[in-house]
Design a protein around this ligand. Structure first.
Ligand code: OOB
Length: 542
């Protein structure tokens, strides 16, 4: 079984233990420890409920017992697709305690993604809300279950319909439940991806808890910290950088928000006296705009984290004057490495760089196309290795051989340079991905879906610049005759159950694709083409 989860070589694992990075603690133990230390202090605020550390710990024990009675065991995979509600945290820790692995789906994932995760991980349970943001997840679950009969349990937070109610599972705690050890994989996180099928990232208790500890330290979290989660907490950034788990690690308080608009977030910041929160660049722009016209008191906010996609220096400069708090740029990846600007860094660094690695044991290499290190300060491919960066994706041997160097460095796919002070500046991307305001779209995945349409002879998906999202996606199509319309193609992708953010923002038709010298489609030429065309286009395509 373990070979499905590539791991660190013994020598490095020993090193990370000897240096105290990995401390042999599991998530179950971590929560137990916090409950003992902070008892009645509020750990989680969600809607009208306020849950103390002791209550959270007790509820997690009861839920773990319920999952166990249902038949969920160590190393079982459970697709978790909950929004930002307290149940997300309870389910996570209950599964962690059992040694069952949550697979973190995003709220926007639909049939195509969920069926794939379920089949690929051989999951036996799927946990969903009833209706969220106008979408009935029970209908989605019914469709998924029809296609994947091995998905035995659908568990619903809220009105269960024909499925199992999460609230009915809480049972008397079972003593002596078998649990995982700290070097076991705790969950599977999603990769932003650049391949036809999404890759899954195995993170261990040891490595992830280390990343929480370092994140909490770098962000100077303590028991007084109040973290507001507005981004979907299944994502690595709001989950652990320092996010929900880092805040609980530090004994602080997590405030969960289902929405991220200023209308929802600002009153919560004011009411709960939030000290730190995390946004993606487009959301930062919305908040900056709204700060002027709204009278919410944001004075408690100490740190605004912006990450997931490049934040322009121009917007970065506005954060302090307009929101009254310090900006922290966060450049991270679900595979591991997280870089932060430090709260006491000078303005020049905070505005113009994407931070530096959080751990002294993060190893960074910046190399050319031949894997040779570039001269200091030059732009190159960013490679990394370290105590919380994975050594391979789950069940992806062939891909791993390309995505990692022989000595275990992860090829991030990012183009970056390092300043003399050791800060990274992201200069571009070599991977075939569109970063749509922090939402990652793997071009090949969308191309494969497009190729399934009988009017499509060939397809190439590229990014196009966008003032708000940073990038949007454009699908170039070589059609068969009669050519399908853009609306027809988009509807086709929706019917195939693809998440909405992956559906191309624009569709362009051409007779043949520009090719590179070796005959590959030249995506560079396509990007230039759409950029030129965009400059002459007035209205967006519907
Ligand atoms: C975070 O994680 P992922 O896995 O969704 O995406 C990782 C990729 C990076 O390789 C890079 O291409 C891009 O997202 N990225 C940034 C960035 N932060 C992420 N590109 C430019 N500037 C930044 N600040 O996105 C993630 C995970 C943990 C913490 C923060 C972000």
């Amino acid at each position: 079984m373990r070979s499905q989860y590539p791991s660190w070589p013994q020598e490095l694992a020993d090193f990370y233990r000897d240096t105290g990075c990995w401390q042999g603690e599991t998530f179950g133990e971590m929560l137990r420890g916090r409950a003992a230390a902070y008892g009645d202090r509020i750990a989680v605020v969600s809607g009208t409920s306020r849950i103390s550390y002791a209550e959270l710990d007790a509820r997690v024990d009861r839920l773990a017992a319920g999952f166990y009675k249902l038949g969920i065991r160590q190393d079982d995979k459970v697709i978790l697709q909950l929004p930002n509600i307290a149940e997300f945290i309870e389910v996570c820790f209950a599964l962690f305690r059992l040694g069952a692995l949550p697979v973190f789906a995003l709220p926007l994932h639909r049939r195509s993604e969920i069926v794939y995760f379920s089949e690929f991980t051989n999951a036996n349970a799927y946990i969903i809300p009833d209706v969220e943001a106008g979408f009935d997840y029970r209908e989605l679950a019914a469709q998924v279950q029809e296609q994947v009969p091995t998905l035995r349990h659908v568990i619903v937070a809220g009105d269960p319909g024909k499925f199992t109610a999460l609230r009915d599972l809480y049972a008397d705690p079972l003593p002596d439940l078998p649990g995982p050890s700290s070097d076991d994989v705790a969950f599977l996180q999603l990769s932003g991806g650049s391949t036809g099928l999404p890759k899954l990232i195995p993170r261990t208790h040891d490595d992830y808890i280390y990343s929480l500890r370092m994140s909490a330290e770098v962000c100077t979290l303590d028991e007084q910290s109040i973290y507001l989660a507005v981004l979907p907490v299944a994502h690595n950034y709001p989950l652990s950088s320092p996010g929900v788990l880092g805040t609980l690690y530090a004994g602080g308080r997590v405030v969960l928000s289902r929405g991220s608009s200023p209308d929802e977030a600002f009153p919560l910041i004011e009411r709960e006296r939030v000290t730190i929160t995390a946004v993606v660049p487009p959301l930062a722009l919305v908040w900056l705009d709204a700060a002027e016209s709204r009278r919410s008191d944001l004075s408690s906010l100490r740190l605004l984290q912006v990450g997931g996609a490049k934040f322009s220096a121009e917007a970065a400069r506005k954060v302090k004057p307009m929101l009254g708090c310090t900006l922290q740029q966060v450049f991270g990846m679900a595979e591991g490495l997280v870089n932060y600007t430090r709260p006491d860094d000078p303005e020049d660094i905070v505005v113009n760089t994407q931070g530096r690695p959080m751990s002294p044991y993060d190893e960074i290499r910046i190399v050319d196309d031949e894997d040779e290190e570039v001269a200091p300060g030059q732009v190159g491919h960013l490679l990394t290795r370290g105590p919380y960066t994975i050594r391979g994706y789950y069940k992806a041997e062939e891909h791993n051989a390309r995505a990692f160097t022989a000595d275990g460095f992860y090829r991030t796919g990012d183009m970056a340079r390092m300043t003399p002070k050791g800060y990274l500046v992201v200069e571009g991307r070599a991977k075939d991905q569109i970063n749509r305001g922090g939402d990652k779209v793997a071009a090949e995945e969308v191309e494969n879906h497009l190729l399934a349409h009988r009017g499509v002879h060939d397809a190439a998906v590229v990014s196009m610049p966008d003032a708000y999202l940073g990038e949007r996606s454009c699908a170039f199509i070589v059609p068969y005759s009669p050519a399908p319309s853009p609306a027809e193609l988009k509807a086709f992708l929706r019917e195939r159950g693809l998440a909405a953010y992956k559906i191309p923002d624009r569709v362009e038709f051409m007779e043949s694709f520009p090719r590179t010298g070796v005959g590959k489609i030249s995506k560079k030429a396509l990007r230039e083409l759409i950029e030129q065309k965009q400059q002459t286009l007035a209205a967006p395509q519907t």
